[in-house]
Design a protein around this ligand. Structure first.
Ligand SMILES: [Cu+2]
Length: 286
């Protein structure tokens, strides 16, 4: 388009300069040259119609080429926005996680985007443009990471108090690492044999946590908050609010409101010894 436009501008400029060059002949001697009509119809009507039509067809071709990936995506991920975290589902594999979107590198991935409450917007600046997550609608897009790494994503549609702390990470793994992650995710975590971890599991399943969180392989099957089945392998706590460390997890459980004010998880009273066990248990869920 640039090359064609540049050529046309050059041609028009030359014609204008020729047209306004100082007249050497007297006015009376000027006469309309016989080819003037042909120039007007050819240069003013036929030429632009042909050039613009060709450019239009090329543009349509490029636009449709960009809207679908070169090869059809082998993997589909459903991402559902919540105030203020991201539910991530791999429907074919039956895997549910949150706030981290693992994808294989060098391969297009189809994304189905919607929301469980208000409108959000899915945005990974380094990988793809924004796509809104609209209540009652399913928006589809695709992305591809060419290099392995962790790409930060952000909600890009104001969705309430903790909109700015509605962060996620696209983790692009090499193929083998992705396959390993996926097979890990497909299984419930190993039942703990260590007494401290058992105590932590007990503390979890006998407390209010189960009303809102699921851990596969236990009786906890709440759906209000993120699925914690493989919580230990996550990058962050609270959708990017703080890094996933044991210290931050303790603070989160006791009073997540001080870390992420306004979020849906209430402060929960946990006995100090049980809290240590609970932290160790949750961090062991790889
Ligand atoms: Cu949001």
């Amino acid at each position: 388009m640039f090359a064609v436009s540049a050529a046309v501008i050059l041609l028009v400029t030359v014609l204008i300069l020729v047209g306004i060059r100082p007249r050497l002949k007297a006015r009376s001697e000027l006469e309309t040259p016989p080819w003037s009509k042909a120039l007007m119809v050819g240069g003013g009507v036929i030429f632009p119609v042909v050039v613009l039509s060709v450019l239009w067809v090329l543009t349509l071709h490029d636009m449709s080429a960009l809207s679908v990936p070169a090869t059809s995506p082998a993997l589909t991920v459903n991402v559902i926005g919540h105030q203020w975290w991201w539910e991530v589902r791999y429907p074919t594999q039956g895997v549910v996680t949150a706030n981290d979107v693992h994808i294989p590198v060098g391969q297009p991935v189809r994304l189905n985007l919607t929301t469980a409450d208000v409108n959000h917007s899915f945005w990974v600046p380094q990988l793809t443009a924004k796509t809104d997550m609209i209540a009652g609608r399913l928006n589809t897009m695709w992305l591809q990471a060419d290099k392995p790494g962790v790409y930060r994503g952000q909600c890009a549609e104001y969705c309430g108090l903790q909109h700015a702390n509605m962060i996620f990470y696209v983790v692009a793994d090499a193929r083998v690492a992705f396959a390993r992650w996926m097979s890990q995710e497909r299984q419930p975590p190993v039942q703990p044999s260590d007494p401290t971890l058992q105590q932590g599991q007990q503390a979890f399943v006998t407390s209010a946590c189960t009303a809102c969180h699921t851990i596969q392989g236990t009786t906890a099957n709440g759906r209000v908050g993120p699925d914690l089945t493989h919580f230990g392998s996550r990058v962050s706590i609270g959708a990017g609010a703080v890094p996933n460390t044991a210290g931050n997890l303790g603070g989160w459980i006791i009073d997540s409101q001080s870390i992420k004010p306004g979020n849906i998880m209430p402060p929960i009273q946990v006995d100090a010894r049980q809290l240590q066990a609970l932290i160790q248990y949750l961090e062991s869920l790889k």
